[in-house]
Write a protein that binds this ligand. Sequence first.
Ligand code: F6P
Length: 364
Amino acid sequence: MAGESIKRIGVLTGGGDCPGLNAVIRAVVKTAIGQYGWQVIGIEDGFEGLVAPDKARPLSLQDVRGILPRGGTILGTTNRCNPFACPVVEGGQKKLVDKSGDVVARIRELGIDALVVIGGDGSLKIALELYHLGVPVVGVPKTIDNDLSATDVTFGFDTALTTATDALDKLHTTAESHHRVMVIEVMGRNAGWIALMAGLAGGADVILIPEIPFQIDPICAKVRQRDEQGNKFSIVVVAEGAKPAGGEVVARGVDELGFPRLGGIAYRVGDQVALCSEHEVRVTVLGHLQRGGSPTPFDRILGTRFGTEAVRLAAAGGFGQMVALHGLHVEAVPLEEAVGVQKLVPPDGELVRTAKAMGVIFGD
Ligand code: F6P
């Protein structure tokens, strides 16, 4: 369906939230209504909103007033229901049911001529599968981890990076006062972008990322070296997905999708550094603070550009595609190319080299 035949579009946010989602929703609504005269239906709680009967509502200009600086998503989000394998409890037993047929029927019932899916890798994969079933879908990439390969940057990352850098700055002053080693854990499941960039911006001494398995000895040596140089404190940034060489990630249980719920590697590192140095060690796990709060100007602007371009893409009939930032430009890329390949930190890349030139060690 091309632009002239679209009357109504749907928009949903799937997967983990991130700052800037509301900027995208606002831009979608304002562009769709203001520039094309379409109606907009907001789907609540990700794809679950297309399975449940009462989770779709019209979005007006009034509904998106004032949401640009707000974190989170006014539509809500969840990972709970992948329409192709949605968990249901029957006879006390949990099983996965393919509800994609219901979802396609619900989209028709709602009169949605185009669906904007704002999500990370998982949600965009679902969007692609729905596209293969004939749903006119356009994607908008999001994740604080910045690990989607088809776009240079995802919105949400800059805000998370700002939060992590601010935390590092604060930990720096107290570390110095008490001559302590501070270990700070940031998000980054498979990709260490937040740890690397916050470590660079916040002047960390040690950065541990999933892409570079670490040993404890070089970390201890770094702390000792700093002592000898008269720097009686050290800052260690560790991504939640970092793992020791030959070891595993630290996790507690699994999430709704069965993936390990990461967290706690900083305590392991902290315990070991306490054993090999004279210093008191303190650990801070930043956690979901990185996912919340008001988006930075960069994320508000990128979210707005993505939202507007997603509507233009739908108007041009560019379904099965996703908006992406390439250099200074927002462009469309096929969802096929966009999902599945993660953008990881190149261990020998320029950013790691630069950090090493600053004296940072990665534990390798
Ligand atoms: O959005 C990705 C991410 O931030 C990961 O870095 C982290 O492991 C995950 O979300 C945690 O998500 P949740 O607690 O919502 O399951």
